[in-house]
Design a protein around this ligand. Structure first.
Ligand SMILES: NC(=O)c1ccc[n+]([C@@H]2O[C@H](COP(=O)([O-])OP(=O)(O)OC[C@H]3O[C@@H](n4cnc5c(N)ncnc54)[C@H](OP(=O)(O)O)[C@@H]3O)[C@@H](O)[C@H]2O)c1
Length: 306
């Protein structure tokens, strides 16, 4: 029966947290990804806690030295696959512990990449990864492109949605992006957010221009001076946040209003259940931060100190 004009309206649907848009597919990307590095045998419990707290994105890597990718799968069972953004990485032999390399390191590079991605799909128990990143550029641009072409093959086969690169400078990102042999452009860059790279402010401009998601890590650990700064204190005091929450919010706000899509995401690997919830609470408030405060924060980053 059709509802009458006087029918009581249905209860309002729970508001969904704001997300970033990946322009190559129109898919949504969470503002925080839960970082799973260094969690060892606690990985399943911590990922379960993070998902229960409300995280919907996960970052891992097929790099047993730092990540237990295989221990994420049991935590995924209670959540519909399409509600999660699952990202992993290919790490070359140079980034691996020689005793635990999860593919044959003597095989040609393209075979290593193929084996690593297939292993990740199996470890995570998924048909398709939302994102696969090269953990860093390879030794040459040619080698990086060669690895990229393998990832493009997985995209064509429907097994990876987005590809990206980590620990990448602007010249390498720009060269990769404009390479005539690339058919799937980088959607994501994951970098240390720290003084040594000038807080990637130029690279962020490139990401803005091209609708790339910039994923920040070391956001707190590399920046105790910035976390103690006056602008971070002011934003924290104004909203009743901790300085760490305010720091995350200001970094996320650097990605506001990118017309081409993309934006800034923070990798958050807290092991503390209260902080998981508290950090997620800021996500809905990023748009409310005054533009003048974001500008003051950006100016501080330009003067770069610890
Ligand atoms: N691509 C790469 O090469 C690369 C390298 C490193 C990391 N990553 C990724 O980035 C993720 C995050 O790593 P990260 O190094 O940025 O740091 P992190 O694991 O998020 O945590 C850094 C520290 O900050 C503390 N912390 C987190 N939230 C806090 C809050 N609200 N208030 C106070 N302290 C807080 C944590 O302590 P508590 O646990 O006690 O909260 C921890 O000691 C990793 O798990 C990994 O996925 C990638």
């Amino acid at each position: 029966m059709a509802p009458s004009a006087n029918a009581t309206p249905p209860p309002s649907v729970c508001p969904q947290p704001p997300t970033l848009t990946l322009p190559t597919t129109g898919s949504q990307h969470p503002l925080f990804l839960y970082g799973t590095a260094w969690k060892s045998t606690s990985t399943t419990d911590l990922v379960s806690a993070a998902l229960s707290a409300g995280f919907r994105g996960l970052d891992t890597a097929n790099q047993p030295k730092h990540y237990r990718e295989d221990l994420i799968r049991p935590a995924l069972a209670l959540f519909p696959r399409n509600s999660l953004f699952i990202q992993t990485k290919f790490s070359s032999p140079a980034g691996q512990d020689p005793a635990t390399i999860p593919y044959d390191p003597t095989a040609p590079l393209q075979k290593q990449v193929r084996a690593s991605v297939e292993h990740s799909l199996e470890n995570l128990g998924v048909e398709c990864l939302d994102a696969l990143l090269l953990r860093s550029p390879l030794r040459t641009l040619e080698a990086t492109i060669s690895a990229w072409k393998v990832l493009e093959g997985f995209v064509a086969a429907g097994k990876i949605k987005h590809i990206g690169i980590s620990n990448c400078s602007l010249p390498i990102l720009a060269a990769l992006y404009s390479s005539p042999v690339i058919s799937v452009p980088p959607s994501i860059v994951q970098n240390r957010f720290y003084e040594d790279t000038g807080y990637d402010l130029s690279l962020l401009e490139f990401c803005r221009e091209h609708g790339i998601v910039y994923q920040s890590f070391w956001t707190l650990t590399a920046n105790p001076g910035i976390v103690r700064s006056e602008i971070v204190r002011k934003v924290a005091a104004g909203r009743g946040w901790t300085r760490e929450q305010a720091m995350y919010a200001l970094v996320l706000a650097l990605g506001r209003g990118w017309e081409a899509g993309g934006g800034v995401c923070v990798l958050n690997g807290t092991t503390n259940a209260e902080r998981m919830k508290a950090d997620l609470e800021i996500v809905g408030e990023i748009d409310g931060i005054k533009e003048s405060d974001v500008e003051e924060f950006r100016d501080l980053l330009k003067t770069a100190y610890r």
